[in-house]
Design a protein around this ligand. Structure first.
Ligand code: NAD
Length: 503
């Protein structure tokens, strides 16, 4: 991997103020933002803020994306966003602002640190301190879906090498920057050998470049179960979009502190920091909202812009405030809370404790790492691509695989022959078994007529694009309803497609 990467950007340790695009948000947004900024200023954060307009008012003014053009300019200029929660108006036609920002700005990485606050917030896992790093742009979230037959719909799972390299490298860089000891990769490559297999392979390649950081891999199902049962055994977890979506909610729930967590969406050029919760319109304007989620997001922002010492100072003062029993209404408990604080009072209590560290809770140690995240450019190595066959997907309500298979087996005039048919991935021809349930969606694999398909793995000879076109014409002429094709390629002689279950 060394020869494929190149240092392109490094977050500088700032000596002058960093410019931040600031969204005050809706509902409780302005109150928790004011409290957060007050703490940051008192802690000596070197930031200069510039307000951007986005959210409810912008939506209601007829902008379906919820963000003004001027806000885009400020974001692209400043590159760092601190965003309070916004209200998405009820009704159709309003696009999710978060999805728009994440996709437009290529915020490829979602970071959610979750730490136990026991005994102040109840959890069965008082030692847990885990960071979930979730790929944010690809996987099933590309949203490419099709109905292919009356009974079958499909969603395309897209995993890319640059996408895997970016997120895996970010996870190791994060661990190195913030003094984390171990990165665990979670995948399902026992089943999805190409997609999750690529993620896993990239993980193993990149892990070698960070020998001081321990690494391991787990299958996502058992990994998620263990995360729920023993979260204290994990440090940094890196995974793809859908798995990450699920496990980041699992760990937040297990810690019991969803309302206090911040999150970051990081891209190579732009990064956005926000609380996990929404705009809580039910308690807006009452000075009772808990600003902790946004404050923790701001702590991540400070670390990201190189102000790790200030980040630790704010986080430790916040931990000490919680420890001292100063609690906002949402986490206040008779018996162990000492002061029921309003939003601004809670911020003042944190300011009073700046410079102090918690005694029972684990202090923040962001500054113990090197504090630098490096980003690398993806360098593409040309691979030799050869066409060795085609999977033709056919819509047929004829529920007999042998009938379809025997008809297709007579075709060889395009230089291609049928190798097998699968239904929902299971081989049903030749030599299927009667018990396999079949839908109206048949994947028919055609290969070069001279390929030896009796050996395992089969010996696929090259075919041409004209072979494929000829085959499709023949199938169409014979009345088969072809719904899609998927070319079978080898890359550098290595099979670039999966075998059928039972092939
Ligand atoms: P919510 O998170 O705003 O509120 C859920 C419950 O938690 C409410 O009872 C609320 O009072 C409470 N709560 C939330 N944050 C709190 C805090 N800081 N202190 C004390 N109590 C708090 O979720 P919701 O009610 O489903 O959504 C309200 C609005 O927020 C919706 O318009 C939704 O679209 C939006 N939203 C925005 C974001 C974002 O901007 N990132 C995220 C989620 C929801």
């Amino acid at each position: 991997m060394n020869n494929t990467t190149e240092l392109t950007q490094k977050q500088p340790v700032t000596s002058t103020a960093t410019k931040i695009a600031l969204a005050h948000g809706d509902g409780i947004g302005p109150e928790i933002m004011e409290a957060t900024l007050k703490v940051l200023e008192a802690a000596g954060a070197k930031i200069e803020t510039e307000t951007i307009e986005l959210g409810e008012k912008v939506y209601l003014n007829g902008n379906s994306a919820g963000i003004e053009n001027s806000a885009w300019e400020t974001i692209r200029k400043n590159k760092i966003i601190l965003k309070a929660p916004i209200t998405t108006p009820q009704g159709k036609g309003y696009k999710s602002l978060n999805v728009t920002l994440r996709k437009s700005l290529s915020l490829f990485s979602n970071i959610r640190p979750v730490i136990a606050m026991d005994p102040f917030i109840e959890t069965g896992h008082p030692k847990m301190d885990v960071v979930i790093i979730r790929e944010n742009e690809e996987d099933l979230y590309a949203g490419i879906e099709h109905q292919q037959t009356q009974d079958v719909v499909q969603c395309l799972k897209l995993i890319t090498r640059p996408g895997c390299e970016k997120i895996v490298r970010y996870a190791f860089e994060y661990a190195r920057a913030y003094n984390r000891k171990k990165v665990t990769c979670m995948v399902k490559d026992n089943i999805m050998k190409l997609t999750d297999g690529l993620f896993h392979n990239v993980f193993k390649e990149i892990a070698k470049e960070y020998p001081e950081i321990e690494s391991d891999s787990q299958i996502i199902d058992i990994g998620a179960a263990r995360l729920a049962a023993h979260p204290e055994r994990y440090d940094v977890v890196v995974t793809s979009n859908l798995y990450g979506d699920i496990i980041s909610d699992i760990v937040a729930e297990v810690a019991g502190s969803v309302g206090l967590a911040g999150s970051a969406n990081i891209g190579q050029n732009v990064a956005m920091f926000e609380a996990i919760h929404g705009s809580a319109p039910d308690i807006a304007g009452q000075n009772i909202a808990n600003p902790s989620g946004l404050l923790n997001a701001a702590v991540m922002m400070l670390a990201h812009i190189g102000q790790v010492d200030v980040a630790d100072k704010v986080k430790n003062a916040w931990l000490k405030t919680i420890e001292d029993g100063v609690h906002t209404a949402d986490i206040h408990k008779e018996g162990w809370s000492k002061i029921k604080a309003g939003t601004s009072q809670f911020a003042d209590a944190i300011i009073e404790r700046l410079g102090q560290k918690p005694k029972m809770l684990k202090p923040s140690t962001l500054s113990a790492g090197n504090g630098e995240i490096k980003f690398y450019d993806y360098k593409r190595e040309e691979a030799k691509k050869t066409l060795v066959g085609v999977d033709v997907f056919i819509d047929s309500k004829d529920n007999d695989p042998n009938k379809i298979g025997n008809a297709l087996s007579t075709i060889n005039d395009a230089g291609m022959k049928l190798k097998m048919i699968t239904n929902r991935g299971v081989k049903v021809f030749p030599n299927g078994i009667d018990e396999t349930y079949c839908t109206d969606h048949w994947r028919c694999r055609f290969v070069n007529v001279s390929s030896d398909i009796t050996v395992t793995p089969p010996d696929y000879k090259d075919v041409t694009y004209n072979n494929v076109l000829g085959l499709l014409n023949t199938l169409h002429d014979q009345g088969f309803d072809v719904i899609k094709t998927e070319n079978l390629y080898n890359f550098n002689g290595k099979r670039g497609f999966s075998l059928g279950q039972g092939e």
